[in-house]
Design a binder for this molecule. Structure first.
Ligand code: ADP
Ligand code: MG
Length: 292
């Protein structure tokens, strides 16, 4: 049977919005001294805003319409930002079919103009498209996420989107370190300049910041770190599910996270407040010291 101390810790954690799937997860969390975090939607709010637009032919309206029409089929945070921008400008979106998401790259489909794609540098490379366009330089030099729209090897334009740090992420890191967590790392599918800006704002060292990661890269790195220590992975996306499952303790963002992430995780964070996570870790440690 489950010790009373664990039961009462589980219910105390639940009252704070941290749901453990069982007592074992709480006991394992007590032994965790590495925390790895996804960036977008986990350390940041995931509510991105469009900050720059470059349409190669100069027609912003047509460009944004085509872009948002493709993104209307995606659940990614970036897609939300583009849909909101299109709504703000009252653009009328058109039909896109045969849509397929390419994890950590973007999305492809077909509209009245033929095949169309939206995504990052990796996506452009897959399509044989070059991004060395003077018009894109300013966006690429920013420490923001850059998304391109193209038709096969032809790039039609780019937008930058910026997301904001959750106001509780920094305090959560400080609290975790205070309770003896040795390593905090960030693993993101986003590009290096964005990862460095967010990571450094949270006091991470460059070697603790991992960018351009595919879902399988996150799994591999979590596995390496788990070899001789216990690791928790915190994430929200479909692209985090495998890493959540691979970690000793997988922790999913409950309110805004994806169902796939929640299912793969051992713990759901129902609150947006990251300090609740640090509090749950402290509680797990205290409980473990009582029952031993
Ligand atoms: P993270 O690990 O930070 O949560 P993802 O792996 O979900 O990020 O995405 C990595 C990158 O893939 C994004 O920064 C973006 O460049 C690109 N991407 C993925 N899905 C889309 C999409 N629907 N639209 C545009 N870009 C996308
Ligand atoms: Mg994410």
């Amino acid at each position: 049977s489950v010790p009373a101390a664990i039961l009462s810790a589980l219910s105390a954690a639940a009252r704070g919005g941290v749901l453990f799937k069982g007592g074992a997860a709480l006991e394992t969390l007590a032994a965790v001294d590495i925390f790895a975090f996804d960036k977008t939607g986990t350390l940041t709010t995931g509510r991105a805003e469009v900050t720059g637009i470059v349409a190669v032919d100069g027609n912003e309206t047509d460009f944004l319409t085509a872009l948002a029409s493709v993104e209307a089929h995606s659940e990614h945070h970036i897609a939300d930002a583009l849909r909101r921008e299109a709504a703000r400008r009252e653009l009328e979106l058109h039909d896109v079919h045969d849509v397929k998401a390419i994890p950590s790259a973007g999305i492809v489909g077909r509209d009245a103009g033929g095949p169309v794609w939206v995504g990052n540098r990796r996506m452009a490379q897959m399509m044989g498209a070059s991004l060395d366009h003077d018009d894109f330089q300013a966006l690429q030099d920013s420490a923001e996420t850059v998304v391109y729209l193209g038709r096969e090897a032809r790039v039609l334009g780019a937008v930058s989107v910026a997301d904001t740090l959750r106001d509780t992420s920094a305090n959560a890191f400080a609290a975790l370190r205070e309770s003896g967590v040795k390593t905090i790392a960030m693993m993101t599918g986003d590009r290096q300049p964005v990862a460095l800006r967010i990571g450094e704002a949270l006091g991470l060292k460059p070697d603790e910041i991992h960018a351009d990661m595919l879902p399988e890269d996150k799994v591999r790195l979590v596995g390496e770190m788990a070899r001789d220590r216990r690791i928790a992975f915190v994430g929200d996306g479909v692209n985090d599910a495998a890493a959540l499952a691979r970690a000793d303790v997988g922790i999913a963002m409950g309110a805004a996270g994806s169902d796939v992430a929640l299912q793969a995780a051992d713990v759901a964070l129902l609150s947006e407040d990251m300090e609740r996570l640090a509090a749950a870790h402290r509680l797990a440690r205290r409980t473990a010291s009582i029952i031993r």
